[in-house]
Write a protein that binds this ligand. Sequence first.
Ligand code: FES
Length: 143
Amino acid sequence: MAKMRVNGQALEFTADPAMPLLWALRDLANLTGTKQGCGSGQCGACTVIVDGNAALSCLVPLGSLEGADVTTVEGLASHPIVPALVAEEAVQCGFCTPGFVCALAALLQQSARPTAEQIDALPNRCSCGTQPRIRRAVERAAR
Ligand code: FES
């Protein structure tokens, strides 16, 4: 069992504490914006924000989240990175986008003007090759 706040709402999960947060969000809380890519911490598609930091939800067990504050892409609809990604046409197939939104929102919270190196250091990857556009979107959102 784990009680936490997800997008500002109190939620209690009674599932196996070893269940990855990713599955709990998608299958139990119906927050399907968070995507499963590799399932092993390699791609960043499952990124959410836990207590202000980007986290790979496929690797985070529910049991470690008692009292945590979790934000998913659904909770970031009004964040400036969203229109910036759209304006820079940084979305192609869109599968990686929710993870990027969370990772970039956390990065912008920690660094007002993230560098290209900071962006490239994120675990998130776009197989469509929009990385240069994503960098421009971060610059736009940081203005
Ligand atoms: Fe979690 Fe790829 S699904 S890092």
